[in-house]
Design a protein around this ligand. Structure first.
Ligand SMILES: [Zn+2]
Length: 94
């Protein structure tokens, strides 16, 4: 069985949020196959089982630390790794 990806979403925080444009506000950026534009929104992604055909799979991926290789939440709680995720967010989404 071959699969084709039809939707993508990325947790792309708005790092210029808030009144002073210095707050990090969580939001999704999503696009679908065939869409020219992507959408950004801050409500949960809804994947209703009735709107997708049987066999549809949903995968969620999180970034892994370039230094220790652990996924982000594991790395953040690991005192042994110094990777600066806040700085990464600033660079990635500015
Ligand atoms: Zn790490």
């Amino acid at each position: 069985m071959e699969y084709q990806e039809i939707m993508w979403a990325e947790a792309k925080p708005d790092i210029y949020g808030g009144e002073n444009c210095d707050q990090i506000e969580p939001r999704w950026e999503a696009c679908a196959d065939g869409d020219m534009d992507s959408d950004t929104f801050d409500h949960p992604i809804e994947l209703c089982c009735k709107t997708f055909p049987p066999g549809t799979k949903v995968t969620v991926s999180v970034p892994c630390c370039p230094e220790c290789g652990q996924q982000v939440e594991m790395c953040r709680t690991d005192d042994g790794c110094e990777f600066d995720w806040d700085q990464w967010v600033q660079n990635e989404y500015s």
